[in-house]
Design a protein around this ligand. Structure first.
Ligand SMILES: [Zn+2]
Ligand SMILES: [Zn+2]
Length: 250
């Protein structure tokens, strides 16, 4: 099983950091957690196209997490090479209504004709997809926000926060995880409500007692600051600062 950071950035366009996206490759299935702008191109660099993604989990519907769903659905209708495989989209309650509105806004240009899209609204619960056990919890960001814990059949677990402020739900979700991918939008001295700083991420990861911590969702100012030092003052496990295409193998 392999986890790849597809986008470690935010709403701010960057040549170094795409908007949010994490690729999970597991037993011949490919899933994305979020699908921000730039994701389609980065997947292409890994040899993956709109044919290859089986499932998309959305942490929420801010554009930097969802934008490339539009070109993905449009490309899937390419008459000379249409997508054939059904697609599942998992997101919090309310997503179906958002998705339907998006479909209407584009008239029929995104509506699948050669495959089916199934929208699965998952609240604070545990479900299984192709043997992958997925637990979601509400995050402290917007109403739709959900974080995900993925438990693989080899016993390993990966947790993705999406955007969130510090919250107990994220500690619960990340308890003893093999890899916790946490958003770290701003340095400590520039804290923004609804997002985390490196010290908060370190504190949260220490409480959750996760084995590896990967910080991501970096606004440009983060690249000029020493996030590592602030985080490691609170956290004693392995720390990674995400870069696009960073991989974790389990
Ligand atoms: Zn974001
Ligand atoms: Zn957001």
């Amino acid at each position: 099983m392999k986890v790849t950071i597809i986008g470690s950035g935010t709403m701010v366009p960057s040549n170094e950091r795409n908007s949010s996206g994490v690729l999970l490759e597991y037993e011949n299935t490919c899933s994305m957690v979020d699908f921000g702008y730039g994701s389609m191109h980065s997947l292409l660099k890994k040899g993956l196209t709109y044919h290859d993604i089986d499932r998309i989990y959305f942490t929420h519907n801010h554009p930097d997490h969802i934008c490339d769903l539009i070109p993905f659905l449009f490309a899937s209708r390419y008459p000379k090479d249409p997508r054939k495989k059904d697609l599942q989209i998992i997101a919090g309650p309310g997503f179906k209504q958002f998705f339907d509105t998006l479909m209407k806004a584009y008239k029929n240009w995104l509506v699948p004709t050669t495959y089916k899209v199934e929208i699965i609204e998952q609240d604070e619960e545990t479900k299984s997809y192709d043997g992958l056990v997925v637990t979601s919890k509400k995050m402290k960001h917007i109403e739709l926000s959900r974080g995900y814990r993925f438990e693989f059949s080899n016993g390993k677990s990966v947790v993705v926060s999406g955007d969130t402020d510090y919250c107990d739900e994220m500690i619960d979700l990340g308890r003893k995880a093999d890899l916790m991918i946490l958003e770290c939008s701003m340095p400590d001295e520039m804290k923004v409500q609804g997002h985390m700083t490196p010290s908060e991420c370190g504190k949260l990861a220490q409480k959750a007692n996760c084995r590896k911590l990967c910080l991501t969702h970096f606004y440009p100012v983060c690249d000029q600051k020493n996030l590592r030092e602030k985080c490691l003052a609170e956290y004693s496990g392995d720390l990674f600062l995400a870069e696009d295409f960073m991989e974790f193998d389990f």
